[in-house]
Design a protein around this ligand. Structure first.
Ligand code: COA
Ligand code: AMP
Length: 655
């Protein structure tokens, strides 16, 4: 393969992370991936079955946009299922579905999963779904969600999974942008405290959306059945079992490596979600490589990723990573605590012989809160468990120390984001386990040239904080662009520092080359590892008839990492003393109904004014710093400092 990016390929990283020297497998791999991406990714690509093997690795003819394996042809579903069955893994478990909230367990072998997927692909094809069409999947953590994803991949259709915890406004925004031909959903999701009816949310979203699909398929769950086909709609509504009963299995459609596999919407600072595009070829190569080199999970091993298929962690490490590898994945419909207790993860590890567990730090904070001494673990044999991986939010040293001391196995932080699809910084357990420093996800993963830049775009000295940026081109698997919006991609990510992708996170690289990620430099919220937009929450609040203006900030929370807080200014004539309480209750409810319960907005304060710059920008960061009890930096451009001073008491953390 040849690399036509030679002119722009990154110079080798200037640091020697971990001072491991050239003999270190990680240092060698990282240096080679940047100096010779052609050789490095060309070799990695051999782990994938291609219909037409790529002769080129990187197409750099249109910077700052890059495409990997431009002339390769493959099918991702074939690589995730058919080839494993052909290689004799048909009877191996592909998915262990474990649902404490419904009291159900089901194991799907690779052969059974292939059968379901090829039949559902046939059903979709029967509804007119073709290569390049979009299918929105709005489902809870059930095997059919995975079946629907892989069926799309089989047809070369582009899936867009929407997290089940999102309410109509969020779902509608995604429907309008993705313009799906078909929507696949379920009658309900099950939360420990309640059964969540999906169909009314879906109907509400479809009513709001200017785009209407041609068909809606609903999987009926016994816990709560939905009314299907009883409304007068422009689209056809049908039940999953009916479409499956008539479906003929269908084969894999060839797609270009550069064709999109999926769109996954993520939150920016505005209310308009960003449609992250994932390609087929680069994604398959990168995820397959990451499974053994980062996660040390190979064919036949069991990976338990306790996240949700609606998030990128779920896409990559519940579905595609393990299945592309011929490993077994656990699909867990439950919580770390309360389903039924803080021993739930240990029971799953024991029952399925889990080798690696991957979740968010917040899950461990929840377990620690309920079971600080680890009593619930003692009844379980978790000797199969080699590594705990944590990502999705900062791993605070306290949680790291607690999890390490409790489990006595390596606890591995890894930093990445929806946009990259797989870890940017990690301690690569397969390639070369490294010493762990609490608070750092360790070193840049091969393929990523991680730099910390100051405001002028100069590289910061070791130990100094700045904006964490990735030198272009980024490795395979990372986003090539935003869905139908190259301009927004370039403006939002590639324009601040020429030649770099802006991650939106601030942090530093220390003398040993260890990367420390300190948090977002923008107003994106991270609540229990869930990425949420201040803009969406503010839009829901601002829609209330009594609200003049509002701001949402993310403040430190002992369990969820961050919790949103709302500050509202009421319209003239609305009396805060008499109506404030009612309005606050209505606003909490509005956010639940518009954005979703997952936003977890509980605290709203009525204030008389919001602090702003002279150009009218609300000083969210300054308010956040005060709320977190930090020394707040008050910008010189503040319009009226007395407004901020008046808020200090409201914002300040209360014991
Ligand atoms: N569908 C519908 N509602 C959902 C939902 C879903 N898929 N997921 C969450 N919700 C609801 C919850 O029921 C809860 O509603 P409530 O306010 O009526 O109780 C609300 O959204 C907030 O949910 P959550 O943030 O999950 O908080 P929690 O208090 O129920 O649980 C944790 C706290 C820490 C146990 C939980 O957040 C967790 O397991 N986190 C793991 C991290 C994770 O999966 N991160 C994803 C990225 S890796
Ligand atoms: P998402 O796109 O939902 O995966 O969220 C990505 C964001 O979550 C990142 O930009 C970070 O702000 C945060 N994040 C994810 N993993 C980590 C981590 N290991 N350490 C610190 N922050 C993290």
């Amino acid at each position: 393969m040849s690399n036509d990016a030679r002119g722009t390929a990154a110079e080798p990283a200037t640091t020697d992370p971990a001072n491991t020297g050239t003999t270190s497998p990680w240092a060698q791999a990282h240096a080679r991936s940047l100096a010779d991406p052609d050789g490095f990714w060309g070799e990695a690509a051999r782990a994938i079955d291609w219909v037409t093997e790529p002769t080129r690795t990187l197409d750099a003819s249109n910077p700052p946009l890059y495409r990997w394996f431009p002339d390769g042809v493959l099918n991702t579903c074939f690589n995730a299922l058919d080839r494993h069955v052909a290689a004799g893994r048909g009877e191996q478990a592909a998915i262990h579905y474990d649902s404490p909230v419904t009291g159900t367990r089901r194991t799907l072998t690779y052969a059974a999963l292939l059968d379901d997927v090829s039949r559902f692909a046939g059903a979709l094809a029967g509804l007119g779904v073709e290569k390049g069409d979009r299918v929105v999947i709005y489902m809870p953590m059930i095997p059919e969600a995975v079946v629907a994803m892989l069926a799309c991949a089989r047809l070369g259709a582009i899936h867009s999974v929407v997290f089940g915890g999102f309410a109509p406004a969020e779902l509608a925004a995604r429907l309008e942008d993705a313009e799906p031909k078909v929507v696949v959903s379920a009658s309900c999701g099950i939360e420990p405290s309640r059964t969540v009816a999906y169909k009314p949310y879906l109907d509400g979203a479809l009513d709001r959306s200017a785009h209407k699909p041609e068909s809606v398929i609903v999987l009926q769950r016994d816990q709560l059945r939905a009314d299907v086909g009883v409304r007068d709609t422009d689209w056809e509504e049908m039940e999953w079992t009916d479409v499956m009963a008539d479906a003929e299995p269908t084969g894999c459609v060839d797609v270009a490596a550069t064709d999109p596999l999926y769109i996954l919407y993520t939150s920016g600072t505005t209310g308009r979600p960003k449609g992250i595009v994932r390609d087929n070829g680069g994604h398959a190569v990168a995820l397959r490589w990451s499974m053994e080199n980062i996660f040390d999970v190979g064919p036949g091993d069991v990976l338990f990723t306790a996240s949700d298929v609606g998030w990128v962690v779920g896409h990559s490490y519940i579905v595609y990573g393990p299945l592309l590898t011929g490993a077994t994945t656990v699909l867990y419909e439950g919580k770390p605590v309360g389903t039924p207790d803080a021993g739930a993860f240990w029971r799953v590890v024991e029952d399925y012989g889990v080798k690696a567990l991957f979740t968010a730090p917040t899950a461990f904070r929840a377990i620690k809160k309920e079971d600080a001494t680890g009593e619930y673990r003692h009844g379980h044999d978790i000797s199969s468990l080699r590594t705990l991986f944590l990502a999705g939010e900062r791993l605070d040293p306290d949680t790291y120390e607690w999890a390490s001391s409790q489990l006595g196995i390596p606890v591995i932080d890894n930093w990445w984001q929806t946009e990259t699809g797989w870890p940017i910084v990690a301690n690569l357990r397969g390639l070369e386990p490294m010493p762990i420093k609490a608070g750092s996800p360790t070193v840049p993963v091969p393929g990523y040239d991680v730099r910390v830049l100051d405001e002028t775009g100069q590289q910061c000295d070791p130990g100094n904080e700045g904006a964490i940026c990735l030198r272009l081109p980024m490795p395979p698997g990372t986003l090539p662009t935003l869905w139908r919006d190259d301009e927004r991609y370039v403006d939002g990510y590639l324009s601040v520092f020429d030649g770099y992708y802006l991650t939106g996170d601030g942090g530093l690289i220390d003398e040993d080359g260890y990367v420390f990620v300190m948090g977002r430099t923008d107003d994106v919220l991270n609540v229990a590892g869930h990425r949420l937009s201040t803009g969406s929450l503010e839009a829901a609040i601002a829609g209330h008839p009594d609200v003049a203006e509002c701001a949402v900030i993310g403040v430190a929370d002992a369990l969820k990492g961050q919790a949103p807080r709302g500050l509202v200014v009421l319209k003239a004539g609305v009396d805060a003393a008499t109506d404030g309480e009612r309005i606050r209750t209505e606003l909490v409810q509005r956010v639940r109904e518009e954005v979703g319960a997952v936003a977890a907005l509980k605290q709203i304060d009525v204030v008389t004014a919001l602090p702003k710059t002279r150009s009218g920008k609300i000083l969210r960061k300054t308010m956040r710093e005060i709320a977190d009890g930090k020394d707040a930096v008050v910008p010189g451009t503040i319009e009226d400092v007395s407004v901020l001073d008046g808020l200090r008491d409201v914002l300040r953390p209360h014991p």
